[in-house]
Design a protein around this ligand. Structure first.
Ligand SMILES: *Cc1c(COP(=O)(O)O)cnc(C)c1O
Length: 431
């Protein structure tokens, strides 16, 4: 979180004081540091330099804002997309189709056709019926689809159940034992060109050993598939590397640790490697800026833990509700004192709770707070629940900042609903 530091007692995003941004765009607001994203992209690339010239395909779903994509495109990254919408966003932001990988269990015909016509780098197929549909689409559209199968290695990545993707009961990929048959089937289908193999076992991984185990399985599968005559020239090792949310927890493996492991495990594979980092690149490059609306006494009077009610809700930042995620909360202008508080949003759900009995900076009504590590799986999961307009997103670059998504207006939010004809006709109104 190097790019969000106190200077003269005030938290800055790079060189911009956060109160200045709050003044300009209001709260709640997401603030991103472009320097932080660029640094993470560089660190990851440097860590993987020993494996040659990998394709680093940013997982767009972590943060699909066009300015984020354009920043990473300029850093030379490709994209991992999981929908036609993400594919269009990535292309619109300047990521060449030749650097785009398409993952996901539910690709539609329309999405497949658009991706095939765009000549993307690779389709990561998650089932045999998907291969059959893609073949039909490619033949009809007169395009060739380069494909890999995503393997489900039946490995528990040791992360939260909702972000584990490589266990046998998870919906993703095909079983290792099924791989030879799936590749044989795909090889027989017109319009498909077998190119690679792929894996992605989960997100926010803080231990490299499940990854290493999964990669070793991929290594032996590559050998088996080649023996069967399949030309495997690409291995997509997915994303999932975790980041530090809680500074008091042991730090997760660094990109350098990961790079060293990958270099060791993939020695002799003789493929081009693809990586799909999401959270690692943007998670710590963003914060959610919020203001304290009021402090409410807890049940039990002045001695009870008070509620700090902030103007960001679970609709703005869903991770705590969805994954029991822990976000550090820092005062933008700390006053020195500390207090224990329950930090909650204004949404009418008990789940709209960000922190219970949290020791944090003393804050009062009107103070600004920052939810740290809010660059990934944050703004993109926001909803308008409780008719709360989507928060704006701001990108900082040195001493400059720009709104990269406007705050949704309440008029736009309400105006999106359409009245059916039978409710428009005033004459049928009952008196
Ligand atoms: C979400 C996802 C990623 C990115 O995961 P991170 O934990 O953000 O690195 C990569 N690949 C696939 C297929 C995904 O679904």
């Amino acid at each position: 979180m190097e790019n969000f530091e106190l200077r003269g007692g005030v938290m800055h995003a790079e060189d911009v004081p956060l109160p200045e941004i709050a003044q300009a765009v209001g709260t709640p607001a997401y603030i991103y540091s472009s320097a932080a994203m660029e640094r993470q992209a560089r660190l990851f690339r440097e860590a993987l330099a020993p494996v040659g010239d990998p394709l680093i395909a940013y997982a767009v779903k972590a943060n699909p804002n066009a300015a984020v994509l354009a920043t990473l495109a300029r850093a030379g990254l490709g994209a991992d997309v999981v929908s036609g919408g993400e594919l269009r966003r990535a292309i619109a932001a300047g990521i060449p189709a030749g650097k785009i990988v398409f993952s996901g269990v539910g690709k539609t015909r329309e999405e497949m056709q658009f991706a095939c016509d765009s000549d993307i780098f690779q389709f990561n197929l998650e089932s045999e019926p998907e291969a059959e549909m893609l073949s039909e689409v490619a033949v009809a559209a007169g395009c060739q689809a380069r494909v890999a199968f995503r393997i489900n290695p039946a490995i528990d990545a040791g992360t939260h159940a909702k972000i584990s993707t490589g266990k046998s009961e998870n919906k993703f990929g095909i079983a290792e034992a099924r791989a030879p048959a799936a590749y044989a089937r795909a090889a027989s289908l017109p319009g498909l060109e077998i190119q690679g193999i792929a894996i992605h076992i989960g997100s926010q991984l803080t231990d490299l050993s499940p990854l290493e185990l999964a990669y070793a399985k991929i290594g032996s599968l590559i050998a088996r598939l080649r023996e069967a005559g399949h030309p495997i020239s690409v291995a997509d090792l997915g994303g999932g590397l975790g980041i530090a949310y809680d500074p008091d927890q042991p730090p997760p493996p660094t990109p350098a640790d990961y790079g060293a492991m990958v270099t060791r495990v993939t020695r002799g594979w003789n493929v081009r490697l693809v990586f799909e980092p999401g959270r690692l690149l943007v998670g710590n490059a963003g914060i959610l800026l919020t203001r304290v609306l009021r402090v409410k006494e807890g049940a039990g009077g002045p001695e009870a833990t008070p509620f700090v009610i902030v103007d960001a809700g679970m609709n703005d930042l869903m991770r705590p509700t969805l994954y029991d995620a822990w976000h550090e909360l820092r005062a933008v202008e700390p006053k020195g004192g500390h207090a224990i508080a329950n930090v909650v949003g204004p949404v009418c759900e008990t789940g709209d709770t960000f922190a219970m009995a949290r020791r944090m900076s003393q804050v009062d009504e009107g103070d600004l707070l920052a939810f740290m590590t809010s660059g990934a799986y944050a703004a993109t999961m926001a909803s308008t629940y409780n008719s709360r307009p989507l928060a704006p997103e701001v990108m900082v670059n040195g001493n400059r900042f720009a709104v990269v998504r406007d705050r949704q207006s309440i008029e736009a939010l309400i105006g999106a609903d359409l009245m059916p004809p039978w409710l428009q006709d005033k004459s049928t109104e009952q008196s």
